[in-house]
Design a binder for this molecule. Structure first.
Ligand code: SAJ
Length: 443
């Protein structure tokens, strides 16, 4: 089959697409390609995810996704299986979207990816297009993926089969719109691979940016690492503002009026599946000499939950009644606003730290069922009932307009620790609260 014919088949949706890994990114990708008219078989090792998808039920809570999943499973364009052999048997295109976590010593763990590649290599035929969507450390495509697939299949990359890296940049809760609208990086292992993969993504993305696989690997990691470093700067500034007696939110909003300055938002810590991990994937591939901005930024961001814990202790001591048998109400356990995902959430170390100190902790989150060992409350009011201190971690919309007067009446002590900085300090004080917040050095 010539390159031209393959491209024609992509445009006519005449290819069978197999997706390996049905996490939040994989599931979104599978549903979007099926919706564009491709026949998609998706494979995952988790039986509940596979079973649900075949019933048209979506395992992740993403606005609009379930409707697409349900429509396309009914139409017969999307189905899931536990059997990778079956999923790969007829595949013309394979997209690999398995997890690439870091281990306890922050080293990349590529075992899921390498296992998936073994299966792909065995079943691959001439002209198959293989796309790696998982975030990977620089050099992985050239040094690990290409040799693995070539040696198992005895086919040559960019000649007998096509191989490209196409990292995902979508943000939870806006995944469908971002998949279509945000520029898609596509980096082939050679020119033919870039061409094929970019044709594929042009069927579902408005704007495809072509590059080579190694550049795309670094670019993907540079994005999230830049965000992490920028947030670390904001957090460091917050800690300094507390000592300097000024409010970091005012400082940042003034500094950001400069047309070329964009400081991100300080908070109780950086969580989620990407930012706490991707800087380590980037660092791992190189040997930096001297001071290391990226590691330092990680340390600053990782120190923020402890800082919130210290603000809580300080506030309880300052209240005159001490910390003994204190009851703490925590609002928010998801890692960021309006998502139900608690992976890496700063609430975890904060809540566990409080429990370890012998405090009684209740938690409420309108989206997320995780309580990290705290008593799960059903509402803000239930969480704060008889508490000594209200701690706000996740800036969910629901927490932005709290009725402070009502909450104060329910609480034992009127203390607010605003980790997420969403309460107006003036209003809290007017309602009789002692107010503490990340980067709030004001009076
Ligand atoms: N955070 C701050 N201050 C900020 C922004 C975020 O403290 O100014 C914290 C959040 O509260 C959260 C963590 O950082 O705990 C991560 O938040 P994030 O908004 O950067 O979002 P993620 O982890 O959901 O990242 C995704 C990324 N997607 C992928 O890598 C697949 C990323 O590429 C996007 O840039 C990002 O969403 C986005 O822009 O929303």
């Amino acid at each position: 089959m010539t390159l031209k014919r393959l491209i024609r088949d992509i445009r006519n949706r005449r290819l069978q697409l197999t997706l390996l890994g049905l996490g939040y990114v994989g599931l979104t990708t599978a549903a979007i390609f099926a919706n564009a008219g491709f026949h998609v078989i998706a494979m995952d090792i988790k039986p509940d995810i596979v079973e649900n998808l075949n019933k048209g039920i979506c395992a992740v809570n993403e606005p609009g996704l379930e409707e697409i999943v349900s429509r396309n499973t009914k139409a017969g364009r999307l189905r899931a299986t536990l059997d990778s052999g079956e999923a790969l048997a007829q595949a013309d295109v394979v997209i690999v979207s398995v997890q690439t976590p870091i281990d306890r010593v922050k080293k990349p763990d590529l075992s899921f990816l390498m296992k998936a590649l073994k299966g792909v290599g065995r079943k691959m035929r001439k002209n198959t297009l293989v796309v790696i969507g998982s975030t990977v450390p620089p050099g992985t495509m050239i040094m690990r993926v290409k040799p693995e697939l070539e040696s198992i299949s005895s086919l040559r990359a960019d000649i007998d089969f096509y191989l490209a890296y196409a990292p995902e940049r979508i943000a939870p809760s806006k995944a469908l719109a971002e998949f279509a609208e945000s520029p898609k990086l596509v980096g082939g292992i050679g020119p033919n691979s870039t061409r094929m993969a970019s044709e594929l993504f042009r069927t579902v993305c408005r704007n495809v940016l072509e590059t080579d696989a190694s550049t795309a690997e670094v670019a993907k990691l540079a994005e999230n690492t830049f965000r992490d470093v920028n947030i670390a700067f904001a957090n460091q500034l917050a800690l300094m503002c507390e000592q300097l007696g000024v409010d970091v939110t005012k400082v940042i909003s003034l500094a950001n009026t400069h047309p070329r300055v964009n400081i991100l938002t300080p908070g109780p810590g950086v969580g989620g599946p990407c930012l706490p991990k991707d800087p380590y994937l980037l660092l791992h591939a190189t040997k930096l000499v001297g001071s290391n901005l990226i590691n330092t930024a990680r340390q600053v961001n990782d120190s923020m939950p402890e800082h919130v814990g210290n603000l809580i202790l300080q506030a309880l001591k300052n209240s005159g009644k001490g910390t003994k048998r204190a009851r703490i109400a925590v609002l928010g356990t998801s890692y960021k606003a309006e998502v139900d995902d608690s992976r890496g959430s700063p609430s975890e170390p904060i809540i566990r730290g409080l429990i370890n100190k012998g405090f009684e902790v209740s938690a409420y989150d309108p989206r997320c069922n995780e309580a990290f060992g705290a008593r799960m409350a059903g509402s803000v009011s239930k969480a704060v009932e008889r508490s000594d201190c209200l701690v706000i971690i996740t800036p969910h919309k629901e927490f932005r307009n709290l009725n402070l007067r009502k909450l104060k009446a329910l609480m034992n002590r009127a203390i607010i620790i605003d980790g997420a900085r969403i309460i107006d300090p003036r209003e809290a004080k007017d309602q009789g609260f002692s107010y503490y917040g990340t980067g709030f050095g004001g009076k």
